[in-house]
Each structure stands twice: as C-alpha cells, then as structure tokens.
Design a binder for this molecule. Structure first.
Ligand code: ZN
Length: 476
C-alpha cells in the first residue's frame, strides 16, 4: 500500500479510537474524586508500606484504612469474623450491594527501602512484596468515589469496602466467608498489583496448607543412639517420599514444603520435627487426590522411623471463578483511562531494578493489554479471592505497579510500592474499579448478566471453606 494512504488510514483510525473513547461526565467525576483524595491515599499507602505488618497482625494498617473510611462517612464494623483486623465499611442502602475488597498484609523478611538497589528499611523486618499497601488503599479510594456518587444522588444502592487480612498466610477471607460477610453482596470487585495492566480473566491455583509433626524419643547421638527414635529421620524420609512422588503427578501440580523444625543440635537424636506442606493444582477437584496421597505418606515415614506423627490442616483455598461479563466492563474502563505514563526518573528506576534482578532493561510495561481468552491452565499463584469468587461474582483487575519481569514477593516489588511507580498504579486501579462499580450501580441488567455467568460457572457447588474447627489462628 502507498505510504501516504497507510498514514491517512492510521490517522483516521487514531481519530476514531480517540472519539470513541470520550469519557462520560459521571465517570469524569469519579476520576476527579479519586484525584481529589490522591494525596491522602498516597499517604495512607506509604504508612501501610512502612508499617509492613504480617498476617493477622495488621493492627495499624487496618486502622488507617478503617479510620479513613469512617472519616469519609462510611459506617465501619471492626473485628469482623473474630478477626481483630478485619472490617467492613458500608455506605448507602438498598440494592444493588457492590463490594470492593482490600488486602493490607506484608511478607516477612523482605524489608526494603524505596530505592532500586537492595537495602532493607529495617533489617529482618517485613516488606510489602505483593503490593498490598497499594491494594487496600486503591480499593478504598474506589469505594469513596462511588460513595460520593451515591451521596450526590447519581446512583442508588450500597457500597461496601471489605478489609480482608492475612492473604499471604492463613487466608483470612475463609473465616470471613464462613461468617457470611459477602452474603448480601451482588457483585464484588477486586484488583491486584502487577507488572502489567489488564482486566484479569484468568483463574488462580487451588491449594491446601497443612502441618506434619513427628514425635520420637531423644537420646545422646553417640553414647546411646539405640535409645533414640529420630523425628528428623522421619522428616527426611517424608520429604524424600514427596520428591519421588513428583514423577507421578500431573505437570499442573505444585508441592512445596518448609522445614520449620528439624532438631536443635547435632549431638541429640531429635525427638521433634515439623514441616509446613502445600499442595496446589489448577482446580480443587484435581488438587484433592494429590493432597490425600501426600497426607497419607506422613504415616509411612512415621512407621519407617518408628515415631508418632500428627497432621493438622491450616487452610485450603479454591481456584478463582472468572467472570468475563464483568471483566469486559473493567476492560472498557481501562481503555477509557488509557495507559499510565512515566517520567524519565521512573523509567530509570525501573531499569535499575531490572539490572539488579538480571532482567532485560526494558523499563515499564504500561500498555493496556487486549481482553484475553480465559486459559484452561493459567499457572501462577493462589489467592483467597478465589473463595470469594465461589460465593459472589467477582470482577478482577491487574495494574502495573512495578517494571516488567520484576520478581514478585521480593525486595524489588517493595521498592516500587513505596514510590511514585506504585502510587500511579494504585491511583489508576482506584479509578478503573470505581468506574466499573458505577457501571454496576447504573445498569441493573449488567448485574443480572454478571450473576447469570457466575451461576453457570458455579453449577451446583455448595461452598464450604477449607478451615479447621475453632477460631481463626490469630497470633500464630
Ligand atoms: Zn498479593
């Protein structure tokens, strides 16, 4: 084709796209609302980032968010589901009830300054290596923008911000689901900090966590080892069995273990050992038989080492039920907002992170990816948002808060979450979620369509959280 004609067509296309993407007035107002709270949201996020509190210990982080919700006119219920740091902030009345959830827990041991070279803010302390400081704050920002639209009489219904602790360990949402937190909700909206930007229509992995403890008899390791029964022998035999088993499982399965106690000193036959085991698969149905086998093998190891063993369930979570109807609306809103833009300094920061983590130095990936097909085996991690998605339709989003290929759950994500790269992603997530929630309030038919897809995907499943009897493991 002639170059001039090609250029002309290209300009026409750009013109059409720009015209088609005019942001409606109400959505401009939502964007303006998020902008008006931006400095406060950034300040809250930075405080949560600096506090970096781990699972079920997010006292200050939870309070910062709950107090800000209250200051903005929400009615806040704290200590939900016997979890001191779980809360619900509600505004408005009647249907529809649209919730947005926010996480705010950190990961142990990855404290990091907001700089592109590795250096802890406080040696040995926790850090926000999953960007949950941004997660909780962006979601609350979205809820506030929606609240202002209800207050202005533009939409009717109830908006809820649900503060959900302990996503990185124990999975706090499971106890909140058992307590019925989402029972009156029509549609839930969520997001996750990411290295790229798109409406998220991929599932996550189902998984289960459990503890195995071996108990034997201590003895002098040299003087009278025949009096000893070694709990660490059992532990080694158990992990050896698990590692042999890897040959005979589907490629979609992941098994991990963390040795939590393998004995204390070399001159004692250890009478106690403990490990944390995790089994994952693409769905709960495929995960359960592998879980049963790995669980059973603990008995074999105990017999071989002539010790006793104890199994305890920690918790288990489900794969995410995607919602493409809702995802498509989120995608439209992302496209209305357009890609994030970065300063020279931010791009240089991103490239330095990539250099320090041995990745190609390509900088930030700010483009908005096209709406994806939902893959059968998406891989990736697990989240207790999965369990929420079996109880209520869930619309998910991912927004860039770190440079391309950043190793997740690492110092590099902590670094970005405490500076403007993370803040920009947070503000964008807040806007996109508020616009999607607005669409749900505004269009009853859309809510019905989202619910219809949810019901089809869920089938006749009856939800039961995979948690042990008793209260949530606060303080463990
Ligand atoms: Zn996370």
């Amino acid at each position: 084709m002639n170059t001039k004609i090609t250029l002309l067509l290209l300009f026409l296309l750009i013109g059409l796209v720009a015209f088609g993407q005019k942001i409606p007035k109400d959505k401009k107002q939502l964007i303006a609302s998020v902008e008006s709270h931006k400095e406060e949201l950034i300040s809250i996020s930075d405080q949560i980032w600096a506090n970096a509190e781990i699972a079920f210990q997010e006292t200050e982080s939870s309070k910062l968010l709950a107090d800000y919700a209250e200051a903005n006119g929400f009615i806040v219920e704290r200590g939900v589901a016997d979890i001191p740091t779980a809360f619900i902030a509600t505004y408005g009345e009647g249907k529809p009830v649209i919730s947005v959830l926010g996480e705010f827990d950190a990961l142990p041991g990855i404290s990091q300054k907001a700089q592109p070279t590795k250096e802890p803010l406080e040696a040995g302390a926790a850090g926000h290596g999953c960007g949950h400081n941004l997660f909780g704050t962006a979601s609350l920002g979205a809820a506030i923008a929606v609240k202002e639209m209800i207050e202005a009489g533009k939409i009717k219904g109830t908006v809820k911000f649900i503060g959900t602790p302990a996503e990185e360990k124990f999975f706090g949402k499971l106890w909140m689901l058992e307590a019925g937190v989402w029972d009156d909700v029509d549609v839930n909206v969520s997001w996750h900090p990411s290295a790229d930007t798109k409406a998220d229509v991929q599932s996550s992995l189902a998984m289960v966590d459990f503890i195995v403890e071996f108990k034997g008899q201590a003895a002098h390791a040299a003087a009278d080892p025949w009096n000893g029964r070694s709990a660490s022998d059992a532990l080694e035999l158990y992990t050896t069995g698990i590692n042999y088993y890897r040959e005979h499982i589907k490629p979609t399965v992941r098994i991990h273990y963390h040795i939590q106690d393998g004995g204390q000193v070399v001159n004692v036959v250890p009478d106690y050992s403990k490990l944390w085991v995790r089994v994952r698969n693409t769905d709960t149905k495929g995960m359960l038989p592998v879980f049963e086998q790995v669980k059973k093998m603990a008995e074999g190891a105990a017999i071989m080492a002539n010790v006793d063993y104890k199994y305890s369930l920690v918790s288990g979570i489900r794969e995410t039920l995607v919602n493409r109807t809702g995802g498509a609306v989120m995608q439209e809103n992302l496209e209305l907002l357009g890609p994030l833009e970065y300063t020279e300094e931010e791009i240089a920061f991103g490239k330095k992170i990539q250099e320090m983590t041995d990745k190609p130095q390509v900088g930030m990936d700010s483009k908005i990816y096209p709406f994806e097909e939902t893959r059968e085996n998406p891989g990736g991690g697990s989240t207790d948002v999965g369990d929420v998605s079996w109880n209520v339709p869930n619309i998910n989003l991912g927004v860039t808060v770190a440079p391309k290929d950043t190793p997740w759950h690492s110092w590099a994500v902590v670094a970005c979450g405490g500076m403007s790269i993370g803040h920009k992603g947070m503000v964008m997530a807040s806007k996109a979620m508020s616009m999607t929630m607005y669409d749900l309030f505004e269009d009853a038919k859309l809510v019905e369509e989202v619910k219809t897809e949810f019901k089809e995907r869920k089938g006749d499943d009856v939800y039961k959280a995979m948690i042990p009897d008793g209260p949530p493991p606060i303080g463990n």
